[in-house]
Design a protein around this ligand. Structure first.
Ligand code: F6P
Length: 356
């Protein structure tokens, strides 16, 4: 059997652990196995950059952050467009697949990656995918790998900010990653005891934030922790068209939402405000134990799908069980935080404000 693996899009904790799960299971079950590693995601598949991997390549990588294969972002919307260099990307990817004589291509990635994976599957390639992203926004799985490790990092940031914010009686705005989904901010915000959590799914009203800070001041709580998702939007912005929103954000003088909020809060309250942006730290380093287990389960389940020839599926977790989800159901769908999510409801009940 010949398979190839590729990691695509932004990296996260657990990519290597997942590939190890696939490879170790297959090596244990199949005698004649060749595994190729495609370099830098779809870019390597297009350009024919790959290397033959050895069994030893999958040892010692359970805890290793990043990806041993390298990754890159190759936007789906450009996949079927022939650009100036004249390369037909879809054709080129199929050629690499056929040249290697693959039985299956294993793709680890997030939302954009899954659209291309589905396209390749529709083009007749045998594809199995695995859900990677700290954003946890992939439809079809309750959880993606990387998410829980990122929660650990973001929570530690909030914990550390908490002590200095308390000492100085300051307001801190902490910007958490997550693209257009609020999962990471919601979970790390609750875990870190944030006073206000702002997520894209619940547009905020700056006056409500002011009221919340004033309420805390009246209770002799001189500091406040605001966990804001990088994709958070105000109520006014939620009413804008896509074009108007883009225009208004391009005119924003601050470099990100956290800095804009900090300026606004400093203007309307008498507090000192500081900003903390942990950024890519959130997806760097080793996967946590939860992710190591999840990646091992996902990887070994993916190996089972390969041996059973159940191609065209993403591996997911549903109610604690590993499952196969058809790629055409996953591609192009986002999993956002529902307004009535139990974690949101519990947070509200303990007094966390969502700025709404
Ligand atoms: O999708 C993962 C993610 O880390 C998002 O949370 C973030 O918006 C984005 O990637 C950052 O992308 P890049 O690594 O290209 O800066």
């Amino acid at each position: 059997m010949k398979i190839a693996m590729l990691t695509s899009g932004g990296d996260c904790q657990g990519l290597n652990a997942t590939m190890r799960g696939v490879a170790k299971t297959l090596y244990n079950e199949i005698d004649d196995l060749t595994i190729y590693g495609i370099t830098d995601g779809y870019k390597g598949l297009i350009e024919g950059n790959y290397r033959k991997l050895k069994k030893e390549d999958f040892s010692g990588i359970l805890t290793l952050g990043g990806t041993i294969l390298g990754t890159s972002r190759q936007p789906f919307k450009k996949m079927q467009i022939i650009e100036e260099n004249g390369v037909d990307k879809v054709k080129a990817m199929k050629e690499t697949y056929n040249k290697l004589g693959l039985d299956c291509l294993v793709i680890l990635g997030g939302n954009g990656t899954h659209k291309t994976a589905n396209l390749l599957s529709c083009e007749g390639l045998n594809v199995i995918t695995l859900p990677k992203t700290i954003d946890n926004d992939l439809w079809g799985t309750d959880v993606t790998f990387g998410f829980h490790s990122a929660i650990d990092v973001a929570t530690e940031v909030i914990d550390r900010i908490h002590t200095t914010a308390t000492s100085h009686g300051r307001i801190f705005v902490i910007e958490i990653m997550g693209h257009k989904a609020g999962w990471l901010t919601l979970y790390s915000g609750i875990a870190g005891g944030a006073d206000i959590i702002l997520i894209p799914e619940i547009p905020y009203d700056i006056n409500k934030i002011k009221c919340e800070i004033e309420k805390r001041t009246a209770e002799n709580k001189g500091f406040s922790i605001i966990a804001v998702a990088e994709g958070a939007i105000s109520v006014e912005e939620s009413k804008m068209s896509k074009k108007e929103f883009k225009q208004s954000r391009s005119e924003m003088k601050q470099s990100s939402i956290a800095y804009r909020l900090a300026d606004e809060i400093a203007e309307i309250t008498n507090h000192e405000v500081r900003v903390a942006v942990p950024g890519h730290v959130q997806r760097g380093g080793a996967p946590n134990p939860y992710d190591r287990v999840l990646c091992t389960r996902f990887g070994s389940y993916a190996a089972g799908l390969i041996t059973e020839k159940r191609f065209g599926n993403m591996v997911g977790l549903k109610n604690g069980e590993t499952v196969a989800v058809p790629l055409n159901e996953v591609a192009g769908k986002l999993k956002n935080v529902p307004a009535d999510d139990q974690a949101v409801m519990a947070a509200r009940k303990v007094g966390i404000s969502f700025g709404d």
